[in-house]
Ligand binder design. Structure first.
Ligand SMILES: Nc1ncnc2c1ncn2[C@@H]1O[C@H](COP(=O)(O)OP(=O)(O)OP(=O)(O)O)[C@@H](O)[C@H]1O
Ligand SMILES: [Mg+2]
Length: 238
């Protein structure tokens, strides 16, 4: 059970201010870290687009499965694997794929008895359409999971992050916290100040700032997990 300042939960829906901000890397690093603390982690990337071979997991689903040492089937980790790198609702429509929404919700909910904590990665940002008019925000609401918002450092991120937090709150969603991910070694003034400026303007807790790291995706997960393990919010987990 996570007892962050803002929420108490047995899972998180990891969303971001945009696509490519590091949701998968952050989710995988959390999964890696918590798995090594003995927590049984369930991972899901229920809608993944841009999957070259939809008979298997996409890159996000694979990294999450590896990080959590998870044995769930491909269909349970990513029920909908779509070829085109588009918002899932649009990719599904173009590929003639019907999305069975209640099936997605049930698949994720049904794992509660087999894992202690669920990490579910959205797609793109909070208002990305997943199925028809259902958005990532609806997935979080129906799963009853609070959000963890991943943002990039740099110019524009104050606005994108506050818009995401405000939209979540307007929709009645809980937000467990937010993370700035990918701070480069020679950070600009905007990059250095992003977290502090956002923290001045919201009561939602910042979990921390993650640096830009090198290596393969597995090596990046391990490096980021090492940084996260010293964060107070993570030390308070379980
Ligand atoms: N802290 C970091 N250090 C180095 N590389 C990073 C870091 N965070 C993310 N990246 C890299 O940036 C790219 C995008 O990250 P990631 O796939 O986690 O983003 P995402 O938000 O999950 O994207 P999508 O919307 O496609 O799911 C990846 O190549 C990843 O390895
Ligand atoms: Mg991803």
């Amino acid at each position: 059970m996570l007892a962050a300042e803002a929420v108490s939960t047995d899972g998180l829906l990891v969303t971001g201010t945009d696509t490519g901000v590091g949701k998968t890397l952050v989710s995988a690093s959390l999964a890696y870290l918590l798995t090594r603390k003995g927590v049984r982690i369930g991972v899901a990337k229920p809608f993944e687009s841009g999957v070259a071979d939809p008979t298997d997991l996409g890159e996000d689903g694979r990294l999450l499965r590896w990080a959590a040492g998870c044995r769930d089937t491909v269909d349970r980790i990513t029920p909908y694997r779509l070829r085109e790198p588009l918002a899932p609702a649009l990719a599904a429509r173009r590929e003639g794929v019907h999305i069975d929404w209640p099936y997605v919700i049930e698949t994720i909910r049904n794992r509660h008895d087999r894992c202690d904590f669920q990490l579910v990665e959205g797609a793109g940002g909070l208002l990305v359409p997943l199925a028809g008019s259902r958005l990532v925000a609806d997935l979080a609401r129906e799963l009853g999971l609070p959000l963890l918002v991943v943002a990039r450092p740099g110019l524009g991120t104050i606005n994108h992050t506050l818009l995401t937090l405000e939209s979540a709150s307007a929709r009645g969603l809980k937000v467990a916290g937010w993370i700035i991910n990918g701070l480069p070694p020679a950070a600009t003034v905007a990059e250095q100040h992003a977290a502090l400026e956002i923290a001045r303007l919201t009561d939602i807790p910042c979990w921390g700032v993650l640096p830009q790291v090198d290596g393969t995706s597995h090596e990046k997960v391990i490096s980021l997990a090492q940084v996260m393990q010293d964060w107070p919010v993570i030390k308070g987990l379980f």
